[in-house]
Design a protein. Structure first.
Length: 505
C-alpha cells in the first residue's frame, strides 16, 4: 500500500512539474531567428543580382540600348570618314605646303596606320576606366588633333596631327563591338552588330564625297573642319551615355556598398602590361600558328589594301577618263556605299530567316541553339566571287567609250563582297574560338588590315601609272582569285581544323 501510494504521489508530482513548466518565450525565439537571418551571407557582389537586375544593360529599355549602340557606331563612322575625307584635298596640300606627291599621301596613310595602333591603348583602358570614360576622353582629344590638322602650317605637323587623331579616334573601332555586346543579349546581337560593322565600311565611302565638295568650295583645310563638325555632332550624345562594362558597373556598386571586390585593384599600368604581354603577342602567335586565323587575316588584309588603294587612285581615274571634277568624283563613291548598305541588309535578312531557323531547329533537337559554324561561310563564298568579278569589271570598263555607271556598279559589288567576307570571318572566328580568344583572333586581323592599308596607297599610284587602269586593277583581280578558295576550303575542311585548334574555346 505504502509503495503504491508513493508511486502515485511521485507520478502526480511529475505531472505537476510538467504542467508548471514555463512556455518558451516566443519573442525571444523570433529574435534568435532574426539574428540568424541577419548573419546569413549577403548576395555576391561580383555578379548581377539575378537575371532581372536593373543595372544589367541587357535589362535596359529598348530605346536606351539603341542609344548606346548609336554612340559607338557614330564614332566608328566619323573615325573612318576621317581617313578618306583628306584624299580629295591632296593636290591642294601639295601646292599649299610644298609637298611632293608621295609625301602628300602620308597624312592619309599614317592615319590608317594609327587605326592599328590606337586599340593597343583603348583596349586595356576600357577594362580599367570603363567604356564611357574612354569615349569621353579620347573623342575630344581626337577633335583637337583634327582642329590642329586644319591649322597645320607644314606637312610634318599635318602628318603628326593626323596620326594622333587616328590613335584617339580608334576606340569606336576597337571597343565598339564590346559596347554592343554589353547591351544586347547574344540572340539579339545580329542586327545591331551588323549595323555597327557596316559603319567602318560606310565611312570611307562617304569621305571622298564630303571632302570633294569641301575642297572645291573652300580648300583642303575645310576637309578637316567639316570633319570637326561631324565629330561634335556625334560626341554630344555621348555625354548622356551610361557605363555599359559589367566589371565597372559591379565595381561601382561594391564601392557604393562599402564592399571590396576581389581582384578589383588592377591599375592601368598593370592592365597595359598584361595587354602587351598577352593580348598583343597572342594575336601574332595565333596569326602564325592557326590556319583559320592566318588565312582569314591575309584575305581581309588584302581586301582592305585594295579598298584603301582605290581611295588614292579612283579620283584620278574618274578625272582622266571621264573628265570629272573633285565633287563629281566624290559622288561616284556612293556606289561603294550602296554596295555596303545592300550587303548589310542582306546579312540582316539572312539572319532573320536562315540563321534563326537553324537556331530554332537546334533547340528542338536538344543541341542548345548552337548552329554549324560552317554555315556562317555562305556569305563569304558569295563575297569571294563578287570581289574578283568587280575588279575585272572595273578594270576593263573604266574607259571613255563606256558609260561611267559601269565602273561605279562594279564598285558596289566590291563593297558588298568585302562586307560579306569580313562579317562571315568575324562570326566564324567567334564560333571557333569562343569569347576568350575571339578578341585576339580579330586583333591579328585589325593589326594586319590597317598596316597593309597604310602601305599600299604609298606605291599604288606608281603601279597604275606603269601598268594602266586595266592591268593594274586586273593584278588586284588575280590576287583576289588566288584567295577566293579560302572560305570554300574552310567549308570543306573546317570541322577538321576546328577540332585541332590550339586555342580551345
Amino acid at each position: 500500500m505504502s509503495s503504491v501510494s508513493s508511486k502515485g504521489s511521485s507520478k502526480s508530482s511529475l505531472e505537476g512539474s510538467l504542467e508548471r513548466q514555463p512556455e518558451p518565450d516566443v519573442e525571444q525565439q523570433r529574435s534568435v531567428e532574426h539574428s540568424k537571418e541577419s548573419e546569413a551571407p549577403a548576395p555576391p557582389v561580383d555578379d548581377w543580382d539575378g537575371p532581372e537586375d536593373p543595372e544589367n544593360p541587357w535589362n535596359w529599355p529598348f530605346w536606351k540600348r539603341c542609344y548606346h549602340t548609336f554612340i559607338p557606331s557614330g564614332i566608328a563612322l566619323v573615325c573612318t570618314l576621317a581617313s578618306s575625307i583628306y584624299v580629295p584635298g591632296r593636290e591642294d596640300v601639295m601646292q599649299d605646303l610644298g609637298a611632293s606627291q608621295i609625301v602628300a599621301i602620308l597624312p592619309y596613310s599614317i592615319y590608317v596606320l594609327a587605326l592599328a595602333v590606337g586599340p593597343m591603348l583603348a583596349g586595356p583602358s576600357s577594362e580599367v576606366l570603363g567604356r564611357k570614360a574612354v569615349y569621353l576622353v579620347s573623342i575630344p582629344i581626337f577633335a583637337l588633333f583634327i582642329l590642329g590638322s586644319g591649322f597645320s602650317k607644314s606637312i610634318a605637323s599635318l602628318i603628326v596631327c593626323r596620326f594622333f587623331a587616328g590613335v584617339f579616334g580608334s576606340p569606336g573601332l576597337s571597343i565598339g563591338s564590346a559596347t554592343v555586346a554589353d547591351v544586347w543579349r547574344p540572340h539579339e546581337r545580329a542586327i545591331p552588330m551588323s549595323l555597327y560593322v557596316t559603319t567602318p565600311f560606310l565611312g570611307p565611302a562617304l569621305g571622298p564625297l564630303v571632302g570633294g565638295y569641301a575642297t572645291v568650295a573652300y580648300g583642303w583645310r575645310w576637309t578637316q573642319w567639316v570633319l570637326l563638325f561631324f565629330t561634335v555632332a556625334f560626341l554630344t550624345p555621348a555625354f548622356g551615355m551610361q557605363e555599359t562594362y559589367k566589371a565597372k558597373i559591379l565595381s561601382r556598386r561594391a564601392k557604393r556598398l562599402g564592399i571590396a571586390l576581389p581582384g578589383n585593384n588592377k591599375s592601368l599600368l598593370e592592365s597595359t602590361k598584361f595587354f602587351l604581354r598577352v593580348q598583343l603577342t597572342r594575336p601574332v602567335h595565333m596569326g602564325l600558328t592557326e590556319p583559320i586565323v592566318g588565312l582569314f587575316t591575309i584575305y581581309i588584309a588584302m581586301n582592305f589594301a585594295m579598298l584603301y588603294s582605290f581611295f588614292t587612285v579612283f579620283e584620278e581615274i574618274m578625272r582622266d577618263v571621264y573628265g570629272f571634277g573633285l565633287d563629281q568624283s566624290g559622288l561616284t563613291f556612293l556606289g561603294l556605299g550602296v554596295g555596303c548598305l545592300i550587303g548589310c541588309a542582306t546579312i540582316i535578312i539572312l539572319n532573320k530567316t536562315l540563321v534563326e531557323k537553324q537556331i530554332q531547329m537546334s533547340k528542338e533537337n536538344g543541341q542548345g541553339g548552337k548552329i554549324n559554324p560552317e554555315s556562317r561561310l555562305y556569305i563569304a563564298m558569295v563575297g569571294s566571287v563578287f570581289i574578283p568579278i568587280s575588279l575585272f569589271w572595273f578594270a576593263w570598263t573604266a574607259r571613255s567609250d563606256i558609260h561611267w555607271i559601269c565602273p561605279v556598279v562594279a564598285e558596289a559589288f566590291f563593297g558588298c563582297g568585302n562586307l560579306f567576307i569580313f562579317m562571315a570571318a568575324t562570326l566564324y572566328l567567334t564560333d571557333t574560338y569562343g569569347a576568350r580568344y575571339t578578341a585576339s583572333a580579330m586583333g591579328a586581323n585589325n593589326l594586319a588590315r590597317y598596316t597593309v592599308g597604310c602601305v599600299f596607297p604609298l606605291w599604288v599610284t606608281y603601279m597604275y601609272d606603269a601598268l594602266g587602269i586595266g592591268w593594274a586593277t586586273s593584278l588586284f583581280g588575280f590576287i583576289s582569285l588566288a584567295m577566293m578558295p579560302i572560305p570554300w576550303a574552310f567549308y570543306i575542311f573546317g570541322p577538321r581544323l576546328r577540332a585541332n585548334v590550339k586555342y580551345k574555346p
